[in-house]
Design a protein around this ligand. Structure first.
Ligand code: FES
Length: 566
């Protein structure tokens, strides 16, 4: 049983249970320390405060500190529950605990229950046995699971911190959350999984108590999205199914069966990744989310272990299968015809900017100012020395420029279906395409890079309609991003992104992933613009009126029968 729990086997160092016994009262009629029936009092066993409780059924001892926020149980009420069992109620937030065993009957976590002995003279002694780390872990994992299933952030937070104190790693905790959450993601894994990947990365990068905020932000995102949903049934493994072909034919069940088939025959990571990358680079999917989710899922598996692939990748396949085929939309028909004429085998074989010394300035300006999607100019640049890496440099820098000159008035105009998040995807998409190109270079990932160029150009549609806004002044974190060590700036940005108390999960997810992508793209491009752009996004005011926007859109549609202006 223990070995089935993550972390249990790794913490067998302290298997000796220190214990302490103390006399704490009496039931003798003649004793000054008499504990009356249906009463309770605080006592101490060593340094441990105990709630000593006497009912008509006997004497019981619970930890006095409520597991919720630590207030004393003896300041609460002693009563009975609906079945007639004695319960103690913590008055601060009304959690109730069964006196006989400490089980929480209203609330979220059980309280520790201790051994009581009453001798012949009526003296009560209580023995507190310190659990070993393994015993703590054995109780904490089911509690964390319950917290995740109910999306109780407080419980998840307390249990995660207690688990780490008992030796569990952030990766083990995140793996547990994904095992619960990934199957329950309605149309496959999405932003919650991408946030989990970035948060786990930060939790592993940081130390001590600093690990808690990123870890628990990631866990909270999973809980919020998957709460109360039924798990998807993963079909039987079928090693004969091609995952990329199943996704192409929009057959989610076959795609899942194909993933399990590859895993069941122990396919190499590179082969599995290639199938996913083939699928996500065949089309422009959901603003690039197909590629972004693939990058994040594989990065997550790098951290939690490839043996967990079966809990995550079938649901990534579902997510990609259900992605919007943006390239089929009317506004992409013409650019797609141009793109179909490009020779991606030839482009993927072109020399790279590190060999040619190519610089991106001219292509950046083309992406920013061209009236039509500049596929031909991008292809020419790739042939002229940019290579695919150079193309991605230009995309990252162009998107960063757009973020730095984004007109904040547009963000707050409810009638415009455009905001920060439309542009930030350009940066995270470029980062995902670079990850894909570096691990699996070829015509397919060269095509993916070209899709990122499309998005970098397309996110200028508001500029083309309303004019270019002034470039933001480099103040605050943006100023630091211009001058300071980029890793320290990235840490400050990530901290601010996760501590964004006014932000919903989806906003936190975008802040964190943009910050992470910006740091990595700043390193690849050797430009500070991606980090400055992320700093502006993290610090700027944002619109978060989901209900108001939905009402405005619904009224407009129902009253006029017209779709939103793109
Ligand atoms: S502290 Fe006991 S219920 Fe909140």
């Amino acid at each position: 049983m223990k070995s089935e729990q993550p972390g249990a086997a790794a913490n067998d160092l302290d298997q000796v249970n220190p214990s302490m016994t103390a006399k704490v009262g009496s039931i003798s009629d003649t004793s000054e320390n008499r504990l009356e029936v249906n009463s309770m009092k605080m006592a101490k066993v060593g340094e441990t405060p105990i709630a000593l409780i006497r009912t008509s059924e006997g004497v019981f001892a619970l930890d006095n500190a409520c597991p919720h926020q630590g207030y004393g149980l003896v300041t609460g009420d002693l009563g009975v529950d609906g079945s007639g069992d004695p319960v103690v109620t913590c008055q601060w937030h009304n959690w109730k605990f069964r006196v006989s065993d400490g089980v929480c009957t209203v609330g979220q976590e059980n309280v520790a229950c201790h051994q009581v002995h009453v001798d012949d003279s009526g003296e009560i002694s209580v023995t507190v046995v310190e659990p070993t780390d393994s015993e703590r872990l054995e109780k904490l994992w089911p509690s964390l699971k319950a917290g995740l299933e109910n999306a109780y952030v407080g419980q998840v937070s307390r249990d995660s911190i207690r688990l780490m104190d008992s030796g569990a790693t952030p990766a083990e905790i995140m793996a547990e959350a994904l095992a619960i959450g990934a199957p329950k993601s309605e149309y496959g894994v999405g932003h919650e999984m991408a946030l989990a990947a970035d948060c786990l990365h930060l939790a592993e990068l940081w130390e001590g108590d600093d690990r808690a905020l990123p870890l628990i932000q990631g866990l909270a995102g999973i809980g919020e999205v998957t709460r109360d949903r039924a798990p998807q049934v993963v079909p039987k493994a079928d090693a004969h199914i091609s995952v990329s072909e199943a996704i192409e034919s929009e057959d989610a069940d076959a795609a899942m069966a194909g993933v399990m088939g590859m895993l069941s025959r122990d396919a190499e990571v590179a082969e599995v990744r290639h199938h996913f990358l083939t699928a996500v680079s065949s089309h422009h999917l959901s603003y690039g989310h197909g590629a972004i989710y693939t990058q994040k899922a594989f990065e997550l598996l790098d951290r939690i272990g490839w043996d967990k692939a079966g809990t995550l990748l079938p649901h990534l396949a579902t997510s990609i299968t259900y992605s919007t085929r943006e390239d089929k939309l009317p506004y992409m028909r013409k650019p797609m015809r141009v793109m179909q004429g490009l020779d991606f085998a030839q482009l993927s074989a072109c020399a790279d900017r590190s060999e040619t010394g190519w610089t991106p300035d001219e292509l950046v300006q083309t992406l920013l100012t061209s009236d039509a999607a500049p596929f031909e100019q991008c292809a020419n640049a790739v042939r002229d020395g940019a290579g695919i890496e150079g193309l991605l440099d230009a995309v990252s820098i162009a998107v960063s420029q757009r973020l730095l000159r984004f007109d904040l008035g547009v963000e707050f105009d409810l009638d415009r279906d455009f905001g920060w998040l439309d542009i930030t995807h350009g940066l995270t998409y470029a980062r995902a395409a670079r990850w894909a190109w570096q691990l699996d270079p070829g015509p397919h990932t060269a095509r993916l890079a070209m899709f990122t160029a499309w998005l970098a150009w397309d996110t200028g549609r508001i500029e083309r309609r309303l004019g270019v806004g002034p470039t933001a002044e480099p103040i605050g974190l943006m100023g630091k991003a211009q001058t300071d060590d980029i890793h320290s700036v990235a840490t400050a940005l990530a901290t601010k992104a996760m501590d964004d108390r006014g932000g919903s999960f989806i906003v936190v997810a975008h802040l964190v992933k943009t910050t992470q992508a910006a740091l990595e793209e700043a390193e690849f491009t050797r430009s500070r613009l991606p980090l400055m752009a992320a700093a502006r996004f993290v610090e700027a005011p944002r619109k978060e009126r989901f209900v108001a926007s939905a009402v405005s859109e619904s009224l407009e549609f129902i009253r006029t029968q017209k779709p939103p202006t793109r």
